[in-house]
Structures are given as structure tokens and as C-alpha cells.
Design a protein around this ligand. Structure first.
Ligand SMILES: [Zn+2]
Length: 301
């Protein structure tokens, strides 16, 4: 493991204007490219050859942001609803600097009323610059894990969820957890819950469904306020590979090809299809370590 540098660079002689993606597709590409650079920068630190220069992640800081008399005009090109988890810093994850993203963070990236209000504000007051809205979940989400545990063992959680604040988050994630559980049972079979990977898989599927459901809700809100050309996207951040993808397969190694943001589901059926796709990805496979002449052993599902 080598030293790594994360650098914001202000160049007073630069004449370059702040880059603003002209449309939704360009905004999506800027976010995906930013995540590609961020993830590969961390990976290069893991595998760095000490005889080579230390890897740097260099972000330009636009000169207008340092004007001593006037504050810069707020001009983010994307609105991001993300989890409050300290391991998923939104600007870093997408390789962006100050004034690039309008970020709303809340545990479990749930779409609470005040979050909808913040997004509506951005779509109205910052309409000139905002080109897309993104929901970013992450694998290993504590809020989703707590909701899964409350769903599976409600008797153990009656004290914890008596807190109004905690309950308001858990209640919003309950539906995605139920959709994830139903999909796993459809794909794995009626004995799904008996498999040793069921609990972890239920959390992983629920994380994806939770992000998709929030994206669907935001999509309907965006249409309601008449912003039909605005892209609504979603993805899940992997805390190990530092890559954003959808669907998110926690078992695959990092790959630039995997980085992508998905377009928000069109409706409830699309969310269910995603849940089944994730359940299929995580479905226990036949063991490959059988003796010669022996039939492969199917793990119980
Ligand atoms: Zn989280």
C-alpha cells in the first residue's frame, strides 16, 4: 500500500470556464467517468509499484469559487439523493468538486418529505444547470440492514423502533425489503430463508430495490413538475471496489466495464423485475468441488 494524494487544484491563470454538461446524457457520463477515475485511483494505491510516482487524484477548482467579493453562482449539474453513511462521500464517489452536485443525504437514502422538498427546490431554483437527478444507495447499508432485521425478527426490534426517528426511516425501507424477500422466494424457492446466504442476499437485493423505488418516486415527481427532459438515474456504491453500478453484484471483482447508472424504473413492474434479477444474480449455485464421477451437489436454497 502506497501514499495517495487527493488534490483540489485552483489555477489563478486558468481561463477555462467551469464545465457544465449540456444535457442529461452528458451529465450521466460525467458522473460515471468521475467514479471510474475515483475507483481506479484507490485501486492503483492498493497495487502501486513503489518505484513509480505516487498516484494522484487531481480535481480542478474553478477560479470563480475563490472570488473575494462575490459568492459563486450555485450551478450544480446533478442532484444526488444519497445515504448519510460516512463511507460513501458523494462528491468523492463521483469525482466532482464544489458546486458540481446538489447533495441530499439521509440514512438509507430514503425519500422523506423534506428530501422531496430539497429536490423540488433544486429543480426549480437551479433549473439552468441541473441536468439529472441520481439516487445512490450502497452495499452494506446500516439502515437497510436494520430494516431487514426488524422485518425478519420484529419481536427483537420493538424497543428500538419505538423511537419515532428510527421508525420513520425503517418504515420507508420496509416495502423494498418485502419486495426483495418476495423476489428471492420466487427465484430461490420456498426454502430460501434456510440458506446460509439468505440474510446477506436479502440486504443486498433490498439495497438495490430501495434505490430503485426512490428513483421511481422521484421520476414521478419530476414528471409532475413538468421536467420531462431531466434524467432520473440510480445506482449502488460498492464499499470495497468503490464502483457505482446497477445491478450491483457484490461477488464480481472491480471492472471499469461495470460502472454505470441505470435509468429510473418506469413503474412497479420494473422494480419487481430488478428485484428478481438481483435474486437471480445472488442465487446460490451448484458447488463445483465434486469428486470425479460424482454428480454436482446443489446447495439447498
Ligand atoms: Zn447507508
Amino acid at each position: 500500500m502506497s501514499t495517495i494524494d487527493y488534490i483540489y487544484r485552483f489555477d489563478p491563470n486558468s481561463t477555462e470556464d467551469k464545465y457544465l454538461p449540456p444535457d442529461s446524457d452528458s451529465a450521466r457520463k460525467a458522473l460515471e467517468d468521475g467514479n471510474r477515475v475515483y475507483a481506479s485511483w484507490i485501486e492503483s494505491c492498493r497495487n502501486h509499484d513503489p518505484s513509480q510516482p505516487c498516484p494522484e487524484f487531481l480535481l480542478p477548482w474553478h477560479g470563480l469559487a475563490l472570488d473575494s467579493e462575490h459568492p459563486p453562482r450555485q450551478a450544480p449539474f446533478a442532484v444526488v439523493l444519497g445515504c448519510a453513511d460516512a463511507r460513501a462521500p458523494i462528491e468523492m464517489v463521483f469525482g466532482q468538486a464544489s458546486n458540481d452536485l446538489f447533495v441530499v443525504r439521509v440514512a438509507g437514502n430514503v425519500l422523506a418529505d423534506v428530501c422531496v422538498g430539497s429536490i423540488e427546490y433544486a429543480l426549480s431554483a437551479l433549473a439552468d444547470s441541473v441536468k439529472c437527478v441520481v439516487v445512490l444507495g450502497h452495499l452494506g447499508c446500516g439502515a437497510v440492514t436494520e430494516t431487514v432485521n426488524a422485518y425478519l425478527h420484529p419481536a427483537d426490534y420493538t424497543v428500538k423502533i419505538q423511537s419515532f426517528g428510527i421508525r420513520s426511516i425503517v418504515e420507508k425501507i420496509f416495502t423494498p425489503v418485502k419486495l426483495a424477500d418476495d423476489a428471492i422466494h420466487r427465484i430461490w424457492g420456498p426454502d430460501a430463508a434456510r440458506h446460509h446466504s439468505y440474510h446477506k442476499s436479502l440486504i443486498d437485493v433490498a439495497v438495490c430495490v430501495n434505490a430503485a423505488q426512490a428513483a421511481l418516486d422521484i421520476r414521478m415527481e419530476v414528471r409532475r413538475v413538468g421536467k420531462r427532459d431531466l434524467g432520473v438515474l440510480y445506482g449502488v456504491f460498492n464499499l470495497v471496489t468503490h464502483q457505482v453500478s446497477m445491478p450491483a453484484n457484490p461477488h464480481l471483482p472491480a471492472s471499469d466495464m461495470k460502472i454505470n447508472l441505470a435509468v429510473a424504473p418506469q413503474g412497479a413492474a420494473s422494480v419487481n423485475r430488478l428485484a428478481e434479477r438481483m435474486a437471480e444474480i445472488l442465487r446460490p449455485r451448484a458447488r463445483t468441488t465434486q469428486r470425479a464421477g460424482e454428480k454436482p451437489r446443489q446447495e439447498s436454497a
